[in-house]
Design a protein around this ligand. Structure first.
Ligand code: ATP
Length: 299
């Protein structure tokens, strides 16, 4: 089984601040890290480090950030298919982190929105029924819908993380098998959290819903079955950037490597993996290593 992640690649510029700025206020900060990021890339890196054969399709510009993305991805076990586009800026995120591990993130999507549909569809032509198609909200509306639809037509298992929030998500639910939402996404998209949100998602045709809520852990709900709560693993959080991406990547890899559907064990593995990520600063550099994921998945 393989995973195909079609999403963004970005450079995360992380700045440590004492508190998040109020509108109109200038504050001081210090550069904490410059790291490979972008939700699509993050999820692909975690899945690949977990041992699942993973292909990433992403667009970049032709600038210094694009070169950094290539260099860093070359060090990962990801089959990276980067589409280099002239005339667009490579995407980046400004990440503000506070001492208690909170963050605020602004991400540009110029390159992600310019990803040519044909290039992504060409790569999807390599997929077999049962492979994962993993997507997020950074690409353009038409591209996202066409790729999700194509994944379904090819018999792929379609996993979607509706982040960052977009007005066009409402028409995507019919194409999605598994959805991963954090609390704010869940509130915005369903008006509810936890088990109630899962029910609302099942009513829209989602087979499995995973609702994460930081230190309160996560719920896995399967249509027609009982919802399972898995607690977060206690740790000292330093920087929560990428917690949700680690969680999704680890959960999908854990289930795929055991050849089955997403289950309680996969969600426990995801909780352990994301606890490692939040205890370290940065994005890619904070993710669990191959050895750490192998140890987690053995449990
Ligand atoms: P982010 O946007 O920061 O990447 P998110 O908002 O998408 O994360 P969360 O619900 O905050 O996602 O976290 C995902 C999972 O990561 C949680 O279900 C939990 O298992 C783990 N996690 C997050 N924060 C902590 C923490 N402080 N301590 C331990 N585990 C955590």
């Amino acid at each position: 089984m393989r995973a195909f992640v079609i999403g963004n690649a970005a450079i995360d510029e992380t700045i440590s601040v004492d508190g998040l700025p109020e509108p109109g206020v200038s504050i001081l900060g210090r550069i904490a890290s410059r790291d490979l990021g972008g939700k699509g890339t993050n999820q692909a890196v975690v899945m690949a480090r977990g041992g699942l054969a993973t292909t990433l399709v992403s667009a970049t510009g032709e600038d210094f950030r694009s070169a950094t993305i290539r260099e860093q991805l070359a060090e990962e076990p990801v089959d990276a298919r980067l589409v280099c586009l002239g005339g667009v800026s490579t995407d980046f995120s400004m990440v503000l982190t506070t001492p208690d591990g909170e963050n605020s993130i602004v991400t540009t999507t110029e390159a992600a929105e310019a990803l040519p549909l044909e290039a992504a569809l060409d790569v999807l032509g390599e997929a077999a029924p049962g492979d994962f198609l993993v997507m997020q909200g950074n690409l353009g509306a038409k591209t996202t819908e066409a790729l999700l639809r194509s994944g379904g037509e090819r018999g792929m298992v379609v996993a979607f993380n509706p982040s960052p929030l977009r007005p066009y998500f409402e028409c995507l639910w019919p194409f999605i098998d598994i959805a991963f939402l954090n609390e704010s996404e869940s509130l915005s998209l369903t008006g509810r959290t936890g088990r109630d949100a899962a029910e609302a998602l099942h009513a829209r045709g989602i087979r499995q819903a995973v609702l994460t809520s930081g230190t309160d852990g996560a719920i896995l709900s399967t249509a027609g079955g009982a919802a399972i709560h898995v607690p977060a693993v206690k740790t000292k959080a330093i920087d929560t950037t990428g917690a949700g991406d680690t969680f999704m990547g680890a959960a999908l890899a854990s289930s795929a490597l055991r050849g089955g559907a997403l289950d309680e064990r996969a969600i426990s593995h995801a909780a352990a993996a994301s606890a490692l990520t939040v205890a370290r600063r940065g994005t890619r550099r904070a993710f669990p290593s191959r050895d750490e994921l192998a140890e987690i998945f053995a449990g």
